[in-house]
Design a protein around this ligand. Sequence first.
Ligand SMILES: Cc1cc2nc3c(=O)[nH]c(=O)nc-3n(C[C@H](O)[C@H](O)[C@H](O)COP(=O)(O)OP(=O)(O)OC[C@H]3O[C@@H](n4cnc5c(N)ncnc54)[C@H](O)[C@@H]3O)c2cc1C
Ligand SMILES: *[C@@H]1O[C@H](CO)[C@@H](O)[C@H](O)[C@H]1NC(C)=O
Ligand SMILES: *[C@@H]1O[C@H](CO)[C@@H](O)[C@H](O)[C@H]1NC(C)=O
Ligand SMILES: *[C@@H]1O[C@H](CO)[C@@H](O)[C@H](O)[C@H]1NC(C)=O
Ligand SMILES: *[C@@H]1O[C@H](CO)[C@@H](O)[C@H](O)[C@H]1NC(C)=O
Length: 491
Amino acid sequence: MTLLPGLSFAVISGLIGLSASTELRRADYTATCQEIAAAVSSASKVYYGGSPQYTEDNEHWASSSSQISACSFEPANAQDVGIALQLLAKDQTPFAVKSGGHSANPGFSSTPGVQIALFSFSEVVYDPNAQTATIGMGLIWDDVYSELEQYGVIIVGAKTTGVGIGGIVLGGGYSYLSNQYGLSVDNVVSFELVMPNGTVASITSSSNPDLFYGVRGGFNNFGIVTTVTMKTYAQSQVWGGLISYTADQWDAVNTAIANFVSTVTDPKACVYSTTDYASGVVAILTILFYDAPTYPDGIFNELLAIPHSAEDISTRSYLSLIQTLPANASSGLRAMFHWVPIEQFTSSMLQMVKNQTLVYGEQLSQSSGVLISYDLVPLLPSLYNHSDTPSAFPSLRDSGQGYSFIEVYYGWTDANDDEVMLQVGAESAAYMKQFAVDAGQDVANALIYPNCAPPGTALADIYGDAVSSLHSIRSAVDPGNVMGLTGGWRF
Ligand SMILES: Cc1cc2nc3c(=O)[nH]c(=O)nc-3n(C[C@H](O)[C@H](O)[C@H](O)COP(=O)(O)OP(=O)(O)OC[C@H]3O[C@@H](n4cnc5c(N)ncnc54)[C@H](O)[C@@H]3O)c2cc1C
Ligand SMILES: *[C@@H]1O[C@H](CO)[C@@H](O)[C@H](O)[C@H]1NC(C)=O
Ligand SMILES: *[C@@H]1O[C@H](CO)[C@@H](O)[C@H](O)[C@H]1NC(C)=O
Ligand SMILES: *[C@@H]1O[C@H](CO)[C@@H](O)[C@H](O)[C@H]1NC(C)=O
Ligand SMILES: *[C@@H]1O[C@H](CO)[C@@H](O)[C@H](O)[C@H]1NC(C)=O
């Protein structure tokens, strides 16, 4: 993994450049900023370029996801979110809603208009009787795991450091705990939702079944969520961490992973392996996880026995484990993700992924590709069977088939390469999916994870048959299409 220093926001701003017409529109948007500042309570703040809060509010993990907004708005309560939505609707001013800012799709949580950053929603409230925790949308998962540690409980969230609550809880949420408890969306008990008309409501499966279904997978289509209440589970220390291999051990690692997935069905055990091609050098960074202080039956012995370049494995807190993968090191690059569903990682499939990594790693290093990464995430087929009620993603509960997946991540520096990176990522993903289909795996119609679907993905490829009902639910709660002023997957 290349340790590239994060590009500063000033550098990114310079790279984007501003035209005269952008400046004009920005002046209009500034009027909305001023109206919001005048209408909300004194606890909520509007910031302009030059202030550190403005910079933080506009910043993203991927530099290609940031834009220069007219101002940023940090609401302190749900009522003020509602007031802002009403003013944005009146002025038809574009806006963005940002939680952790890890979306890699431009415009999904950035805007030239009003950038809403949810940092003030930062509480974690544990309810031991209900066995739930209510968490603010301005947090990252690290904060939540850290806060819940004192109670010996956990909730199902991101498996990597730095990721926001919002995109995960509104879009899916693959965790080390998903084989046991499902996705994050499966663990939601209620949301506080500010509807597009500004009304604040508590959304549960009984109060608003349609919205409860849609919001879990449908992101910002139905309004702005301020807090979420999720199921908690008892959590002991876990075993695992990061083990790193060099390219000469690639085949041995692939064999060990194929052996692992074909023999281990214990839902407490996970392997998550990322392979990074950077400047001609390949690093295999593999996370081993077991949801107990020790692992049984030698299940990880083969992976541990392969000669490795570094090892950071121990019995540790859940938080410590999710921080072992250096995901922050690649922040500040331009970025795209793609996602390929897989039934089973066979040896031949892992060799195919190795070839993709080498072919495209070399090809994209000719342009400004810095980090060409193919990640393997094996999961159990029962993955999607842990929910009491269906959600917008994954919507195909009835088929009862959970998928493992290959995640494609490209990081690069030059905006002129955006198009080629997206094009090559799509080409590689299509090749890998076809390989799986040709190998007899039933993935031809499997839906793509909305959090890893690149810009321009057809809605039907993400939400399948659910698109029309999601459209109806969206129209009912937002007849004026206020949320159409922000970016994302739009129903
Ligand atoms: C380094 C890295 C690690 C990752 N690890 C994981 C992982 O372990 N598991 C996994 O499932 N995915 C993972 N992802 C993908 C991740 O799910 C998405 O990037 C996700 O969208 C990030 O959420 P966020 O809140 O940080 O992003 P943001 O960019 O802030 O938000 C994403 C989208 O959700 C909307 N949104 C956010 N909050 C709200 C809200 N409160 N109300 C309404 N709309 C809202 C935004 O408008 C935006 O469209 C990872 C991504 C990266 C870059
Ligand atoms: C990653 O960055 C976030 C800030 O975005 C920080 O809170 C977190 O602690 C960092 N993780 C590690 C492991 O340093
Ligand atoms: C390697 O991948 C490339 C690009 O998808 C493909 O054209 C080629 O046939 C693959 N080679 C092997 C040996 O599979
Ligand atoms: C998941 O549940 C569905 C519907 O109840 C069932 O048909 C399917 O067999 C289950 N799948 C697994 C892998 O348990
Ligand atoms: C706002 O929209 C919701 C959902 O459609 C509706 O129940 C509520 O009455 C509306 N509030 C106002 C003030 O119109």
